[in-house]
Design a protein around this ligand. Structure first.
Ligand code: RB5
Length: 148
């Protein structure tokens, strides 16, 4: 399992907590930055993570900014990405099971490190249920293909 992680200067404050979970699980991490809390632009890192996941250079991605929103929007602009912003574990888990989310977004101004760890754990433990959910995810892909 390989996970790409990206963040801006605000999301940086959640990064250590997320890395702790990933390292503990023996997951290989591709860290696209940023690497400190110096002001930078979240779309740069959202796109980088999105491309790594879409190209299958990473299995999943995690993106962090102040709210988790901007960097997730950026990741979602890459074809094949289903990025979700989660502030609690239930949505994170269901986003894997029903929506086959492949990028998880979180905000350091919204949640603290312990909740972030719990969210990551639930997201990683859940699996896509396929079945009727495949039809719905396929419909999402159809919308995407209309944009080409
Ligand atoms: C940066 O101030 C902030 O806008 C960014 O981290 C994020 O919250 C955007 O969605």
């Amino acid at each position: 399992m390989k996970i790409a992680i990206g963040n801006d200067h605000v999301g940086y404050y959640l990064k250590d907590a997320v890395l702790e979970v990933l390292v503990q699980r023996g997951i290989e991490v591709i860290d696209v930055g940023s690497y400190d809390d110096q002001s930078c632009d979240y779309p740069v890192y959202g796109e980088k993570v999105g491309r790594l996941v879409a190209n299958k250079d990473a299995d999943l991605g995690i993106v962090l900014c102040g709210t988790g929103v901007g960097i997730s929007i950026a990741a979602n602009k890459v074809k094949g990405i289903r990025a979700v912003v989660c502030s609690e574990p239930y949505s994170a888990k269901l986003s894997r099971m029903h929506n086959d989310s492949n990028v998880l977004g979180m905000g350091s101004r919204v949640i603290g490190p312990e909740l972030a760890k719990m969210i990551v754990e639930q997201w990683l433990d859940a699996e896509f249920e396929a079945g009727r959910h495949s039809r719905r995810v396929d419909l999402i892909k159809t919308i995407e293909s209309k944009e080409e």
